[in-house]
Design a protein around this ligand. Structure first.
Ligand code: PA5
Length: 444
């Protein structure tokens, strides 16, 4: 198992009998996922995806990654939400948050279209000056405003730089199989296209072309990633609460929620997890936060945030529990050097690795927070390999689906995301939104 759940820090918060009492709800939720009988059952493509993916497209993704590598210095990945977070999480997790600064034979990768910041766009356009560029535009609907604006700006840049014929060679489009603005554009321009499957929502799409093309472009093995996800699928098929950690994690977080712990904080100790935290927040927040229900997903990277949110966690209102993602082997060894003069008094650490010191911070903080009334679960993850990333993604996806069904919501829709979009488009004067605009202006 690439991930194992250690519940020892929960002992004083959750009794064995409470876990056993969840068995029925967990069994029902598990059946809904695997028999496809629950709410949103037309969005369960992710369940079998690790074994049942389009092999021809998978090979095309690898070939496109090679072509992109040979064509450009910079790949701009345009997308937002589920069409963005997974790829960025994987690249930062498996490679580095400083991926673009590493010595490498793959292109730099920047992400655009995930905000409407003029500052961010201006900086990115400056970075692109004098560089060869390719685009991977990712949008299932093809109409999401943020990526659509970014695509227009970068399309303009490409045409001015290389002429209109360049689009088919430099723009790679990931969108709906058959319909939508982007698909129409791609077909007319002759761009290579990849598919966002109908039965995978954005936040469940990292192991489709949505995530896999940018991930492959970063030189990460997508074969290993799918193998990890496939092994996880096999491990979590079983409905036994005692042996299935995805079920156990879902059960514990629901028990803690009913005890008034309304916020789940994903805690980790490696900066390579920052974007994974964001992916996780979208996964759980968008899946569970509806019908006035759900746990609020939050995240911290320690030890950095021990010097900020650590205070609240230790002594603030007791509304949260921690899920600690502990990477057992980070793949890096840095040793504290000796200092004869011992000016900083740190010679007791001479010869110790940073990994060891970090692990002591982890243990110390976990004990302090538990003593302070914050329940904690530990998820031990073997390493930062692509295989383990695939496993982790599947673990959280499965736990999230199960958790949402236990909560009694449809974990696979996101009706609330539409509200701001409608208002923004009305305020911007989009044709067809006149009535809404008048209503909004009356409120302002
Ligand atoms: O999870 C989701 O469905 C959303 O985050 C979408 O991925 C996001 O809104 C982007 O949508 P689209 O891919 O249609 O541009």
């Amino acid at each position: 198992m690439a991930i194992s759940l250690n519940a020892s820090f929960l002992n004083s918060f959750v009794g064995e009998h409470e876990l056993s009492a969840m068995e029925g709800a967990v069994r029902d939720a598990h059946a809904k996922i695997w028999n496809k009988t629950g709410l949103g059952n037309d969005f369960l493509g992710w369940v079998d995806l690790p074994v049942n993916y389009d092999k021809e497209e998978f090979e095309r993704i690898k070939a496109a990654a090679l072509k992109i590598k040979n064509t450009c210095d910079i790949l701009i990945v345009i997308g937002i939400g589920g069409s963005y977070l997974g790829a960025r999480a994987a690249i930062e997790f498996c490679k580095s948050p400083l991926y673009n600064n590493l010595k490498k034979d793959t292109p730099d990768i920047y992400f655009a279209g995930n905000n409407i910041s003029a500052q961010a766009m201006k900086e990115l356009l400056e970075i692109c000056e004098g560089k060869d560029i390719c685009l991977n535009v990712i949008s299932k609907s093809g109409t999401t405003t943020e990526p659509a604006i970014a695509f227009r700006i970068f399309r303009d840049l490409l045409i001015k730089k290389y002429g209109p014929d360049c689009i088919k060679d430099r723009v790679f489009i990931t969108t709906d199989r058959a319909k939508g603005t982007l698909k129409g554009f791609a077909d007319a321009a002759g761009c290579e296209t990849f598919v966002v499957p109908d039965d995978c929502g954005g936040r469940y799409s990292v192991l489709t072309a949505v995530g896999l093309l940018p991930i492959a472009c970063a030189g990460i093995s997508i074969d290993d990633m799918m193998a990890g996800a496939a092994a996880a699928r096999e491990a979590y098929k079983d409905c036994d609460l005692a042996s299935n950690d995805a079920l156990k994690y879902a059960a514990y977080r629901n028990i803690l929620r009913t005890k008034g712990k309304k916020t789940e904080i994903l805690v980790d100790y490696e900066p390579c997890m920052v974007m994974m935290n964001e992916w996780w927040k979208q996964l759980f927040g968008e899946s569970e936060g509806k019908d006035n229900k759900g746990l609020l997903p939050d995240s911290v990277v320690f030890t950095t945030d021990l010097h900020s949110l650590g205070q609240f966690i230790q002594e603030g209102e007791r509304i949260m529990f921690e899920t600690i993602l502990n990477i057992k082997d980070t793949g890096a060894e840095v040793v504290v050097p000796n200092d004869e003069a011992n000016v900083d008094g740190l010679n007791f650490l001479t010869g110790k690795t940073l990994e060891y010191i970090n692990s002591m911070a982890f243990k110390g903080a976990a004990i302090a927070h538990t003593d302070g009334g914050v329940p904690a679960m530990i998820l031990d993850l073997d390493s930062r390999s692509a295989y383990d990333f695939g496993w982790m993604v599947y673990f959280f996806e499965m736990a999230c689906g199960i958790s949402g069904y236990i909560l009694g919501v449809n974990p696979f829709n996101q009706p609330g995301v539409e509200a701001y979009k409608k208002n923004m488009l009305a305020l911007l004067g989009k044709p067809g939104y006149e009535e809404r605009r008048a209503e909004l202006e009356a409120k302002m």
